[in-house]
Design a protein around this ligand. Structure first.
Ligand SMILES: CC(C)(COP(=O)(O)OP(=O)(O)OC[C@H]1O[C@@H](n2cnc3c(N)ncnc32)[C@H](O)[C@@H]1OP(=O)(O)O)[C@@H](O)C(=O)NCCC(=O)NCCS
Length: 170
């Protein structure tokens, strides 16, 4: 599925990534985040969870991505018990394209993919100091579950955030 979002500064297309997108996605990752991964890790997540590996494209240029892993295990919110979960592994938008709703659109599309894969929950880790990312997730109704001390290589703690994807009763 392909979504075209009319945004300030041009039309941004938000769509599932393809193998041809991976090298440009890696460039965005290198330019925006201190957490980097091997090329094979990107390819593996795309192969295993294509519905939740989403790219944002503007004028033929890759400007953002979100990649996730579908997992099975205990919920980060205990009352959900065991189940299928969508783990947001990495999200980034180029600095020049931020604050136009692209990050939000990427996560919303990944959440749709998780629902299609039967996930009952989405979760992620984010640096405690990453205010804009925490805000973005809170606007999408993610809740803070706990803090993970020393989670990142440089010693910064992470916040674990989670969102129920179960249909609301009533
Ligand atoms: C976190 C990140 C992905 C957000 O991307 P983004 O495209 O700027 O996200 P959005 O535009 O959807 O939302 C960001 C802000 O812009 C605002 N915004 C959205 N559309 C807007 C518009 N049309 N006009 C003005 N502001 C707008 C949102 O309200 C939001 O404000 P908030 O921070 O007060 O909540 C981006 O900052 C980034 O790549 N950071 C570095 C990597 C990173 O930290 N990744 C997350 C790791 S978990």
């Amino acid at each position: 599925m392909q979504k075209s979002l009319a945004r300030r500064g041009g039309d941004v297309t938000i769509r599932p990534a393809t193998p041809a997108d991976v090298h440009k996605i890696i460039d965005v990752n290198l330019a925006t985040l201190p957490e980097h991964y091997s090329d094979s890790f990107f390819a593996e997540l795309l192969r295993d969870s294509p519905e939740t590996f989403i790219v944002a494209v503007l004028g033929g240029e890759t400007i953002g991505y979100v990649m996730c892993r579908i997992e099975y295990g205990f919920s980060s919110i205990r009352r959900f018990g065991l189940g299928r979960k969508g783990h947001i592994v990495s999200l980034a938008v180029l600095v020049s394209c931020r604050e136009k709703g692209v990050g939000t659109g990427l996560v919303q599309e990944a959440l749709n993919g998780m629902r299609k894969r039967g996930c009952s929950e989405a979760y992620l880790e984010v640096r405690v100091g990453n205010v804009s990312a925490v805000h973005l997730y809170e606007r999408l109704q993610f809740r803070i579950v706990s803090e993970l001390p020393g989670y990142y290589r440089d010693g910064e703690p992470a916040i674990l955030m989670s969102l129920s994807l179960e249909p609301k009763a009533g």
